[in-house]
Design a protein around this ligand. Sequence first.
Ligand SMILES: Nc1nc2c(c(=O)[nH]1)N(C=O)[C@@H](CNc1ccc(C(=O)N[C@@H](CCC(=O)O)C(=O)O)cc1)CN2
Ligand SMILES: Nc1nc2c(ncn2[C@@H]2O[C@H](COP(=O)(O)OP(=O)(O)OP(=O)(O)O)[C@@H](O)[C@H]2O)c(=O)[nH]1
Ligand SMILES: [Mg+2]
Length: 456
Amino acid sequence: MLARHQDPIAAIATAPGRGAVGIVRVSSPQDLSPFVQAICGRELKAREASYLPFKAASGEAIDQGLALLFPAPHSYTGEHVLELQAHGGPVVLQLLLARCMELGTELNLRLAEPGEFTQRAFLNGKLDLAQAEAVSDLIDASTEAAARSASRALAGALSSEVGELRDALIKLRMLVEATLDFPEEEIDFLQQADALGRLARLQARLEAVLDRTRQGALLREGIKVVLAGQPNVGKSSLLNALAGAELAIVTAIPGTTRDKVSQTIQIEGVPLHISDTAGLREATDEVERIGVARSWDAIADADVVLFLHDLTRVGLAEYEAEDAEIRARLSAVDPARILQVFNKADAAQASAAQGLRLSAKTGAGLHELRQALLQHVGWHATPEGLFIARERHVQALKHTREHLALALAVATQEPPALDLLAEELRLAHDALGEITGSFSADDLLGEIFSKFCIGK
Ligand SMILES: Nc1nc2c(c(=O)[nH]1)N(C=O)[C@@H](CNc1ccc(C(=O)N[C@@H](CCC(=O)O)C(=O)O)cc1)CN2
Ligand SMILES: Nc1nc2c(ncn2[C@@H]2O[C@H](COP(=O)(O)OP(=O)(O)OP(=O)(O)O)[C@@H](O)[C@H]2O)c(=O)[nH]1
Ligand SMILES: [Mg+2]
C-alpha cells in the first residue's frame, strides 16, 4: 500500500467526451524534469503557463497546448504536478495520456485510480478528510445550495468547527491526565480548573455542531419519501403535483400503479427522493401482487411515509376496514416516520380527519405538505453559512457525544473515577478525529476515495 503512494500517477482530469479544453495531469513524488523535457521539449518555469507542442515519440506534435509545472510541495497534491492543457477531444487526450505512460515507464508511472490525486492531497496534508470529501460533494452537487455548502466545507467550515471542539477536548484531557499524575491533589485540581464546567461547555458546543452537521448531511443525502395508501386515493396524482410533471399514470381505475415510480425533487435545496407505489390491497393478479410487495419494501426503507387517505371515502365502512388493515401492518413502522395525509379536499365536506388536508388536483395544501416534510426531518437551516456534511460525520459526532456523556457520568460518581474519565475523553477524541481523518482506518479512506471520479 505504502509503495503505491510513491508511484507517479497520471490521468485525464477533465470530463470524458468533447470539450473546448482537456487536461492530462501527472503527479509524482520524484522530480519530473526529464519527463517534462521529453514531452515539452524544454524546461518549464514553475507555475507559469507555456504554450508549446506536446511531442509524440516520432517528434511530431500531438497537439499544441499549455503546459504547467507545479513543483512540490506547492501543488494540489503536494507532489510535483505537471498539467498538459490540450484541445478537448477524447482521442487527442488519449494520445497524450498514452505518450505520458510511454515516457513514464522508468519512473513507474501508472494510471491514477478514482480520487487518487485528492487522496494524495490528503496524505500530504493539503486537505483534511472532511475537505477531501467536500471536493467530491462539490463535483456531485445537483443544487445551488448543495454546491455552495460543499464549497464552504472545502474551505474548511466543518473542519474548523471540529477543530475547535478538538482543542477544547485536548485542554480537558491534559487537565485530567495531569491530575492523574498527581493523585494526592486530585479532587482539588479538577475543581480549581473547573473540569466539569469545561466538560459541560464542550457538550453544549458539540450539540450545536451536531445540529449544523445534521443539516449539512440532509442537504447532501436528501430524504426518502414514500407515497402509500389504498388504491385510488391519489398517490400518483400527488407525485405528479409535487414533481410538476406527469410522471405516473393517473386513472379512475383502482390498481393503476403497479410498479414503483421514483423521482427526486427539491424543497428549499433539500433533495427529496419520492416514490409512488402500487395501492395497498389484497392483489388479484400476479403483477399487482409483486407491485404491492414492492410497496411494502419501499415503506420499510423510507425516511418518511406519506399515508394517503381519500376524503371522499373517509367514514365509509368498506374503506375504513381497508385502511385499518393497512394501519395494522404499518404498526411495524416507527410512527415517527408516518405522516397522515388526506387528499381530495376539493371534493369533500369538512371532516374531523386528523392530519394534512390537501388536493393533488387543485394544488391546495401542497405548500403546507412541503413545509411539514421539511419540519418532519428536522430541517431548520438557513442556507447561508451552511456546510455540506455526510452521515459519516453525524455518526462520528454522535459517538463523541456518547463518550462525553460517559465521561460526565464517571466524573460525577462518588468518588470520581479519574482513570475512566481519562479513557472516555480519549475515546471521544478518537471519534472526533475520524471526521478530519486524523484517526481513520485505511479501509475507511479507501472507501471514501474510491467514490471519486477518475482524474480527481
Ligand atoms: N488547471 C487546474 N484547475 C483547477 C485545479 C487543478 O488541479 N488544475 N484544481 C484541482 O483540483 C482546483 C484548484 N485547486 C488547487 C489547489 C491548490 C493548488 C496549488 O498550487 N497549491 C499550492 C499553492 C497555493 C498558493 O499559491 O497559495 C499549495 O498548496 O502550496 C492548485 C490548485 C480547481 N481548478
Ligand atoms: N377530486 C379529486 N380527485 C383526485 C384528486 N387526486 C386524485 N384524484 C382522482 O383520483 C383518481 C385516482 O388517482 P390516482 O392518482 O391514480 O390514485 P392512486 O392512489 O395512484 O391509485 P392507484 O395507482 O390505483 O393505487 C383519479 O381519477 C384522480 O383524478 C384530488 O385531489 N381531488
Ligand atoms: Mg397510482
